[in-house]
Design a protein around this ligand. Structure first.
Ligand SMILES: Nc1ncnc2c1ncn2[C@@H]1O[C@H](COP(=O)(O)OP(=O)(O)OP(=O)(O)O)[C@@H](O)[C@H]1O
Ligand SMILES: [Mg+2]
Length: 118
């Protein structure tokens, strides 16, 4: 059965996630609640910031824990399904379309939401 959790004012709920690569424990019981706010994740190099975002986006799947977006369990969904819900991201090592404008490059991430700018 699918778990549904909705806490008032919370859009993204990361619950006690654990992620390891072999012997390397990258995320060891991370929980974060995100409402309608701007939040930064800070930490030293290799502390697991990108891995955390990769779990939210479905590029990585934590071995334990759950991630909910607007009440839906997205923990094991593939990235394209998560993008369909409106979760976007940029990457640390960006790869631009060189023959496109800055605006064009930004709009590449928009089609899933079906909202192009005129
Ligand atoms: N796909 C992977 N396979 C094996 N190890 C990985 C993988 N992704 C991340 N790691 C390891 O997980 C740890 C955390 O890496 P991560 O990239 O999440 O850190 P970060 O906080 O984003 O670092 P930085 O500040 O350098 O961007 C590192 O030890 C890294 O080598
Ligand atoms: Mg990183």
């Amino acid at each position: 059965m699918k778990k549904i959790k909705v806490k008032e004012g919370i859009k993204l709920e990361i619950e006690d996630i654990h992620l390891s690569f072999g012997e390397v424990r990258v995320l060891d019981g991370i929980s974060v609640s995100v409402g309608d706010e701007l939040l930064s994740v800070i930490g030293t190099n290799g502390s697991g910031k990108s891995s955390l975002l990769n779990c939210v986006n479905g590029f990585y799947h934590p071995q334990e824990g759950e991630i909910y977006f607007e009440g839906r369990d997205i923990t094991r969904r593939p990235p394209y399904k998560i993008a369909e819900l409106g979760i976007g991201r940029t990457f640390q090592a960006i790869q631009l379309y060189r023959d496109m404008s800055v605006l064009g490059n930004l709009l590449v991430g928009r089609p899933r939401r079906g909202k192009y700018l005129d």
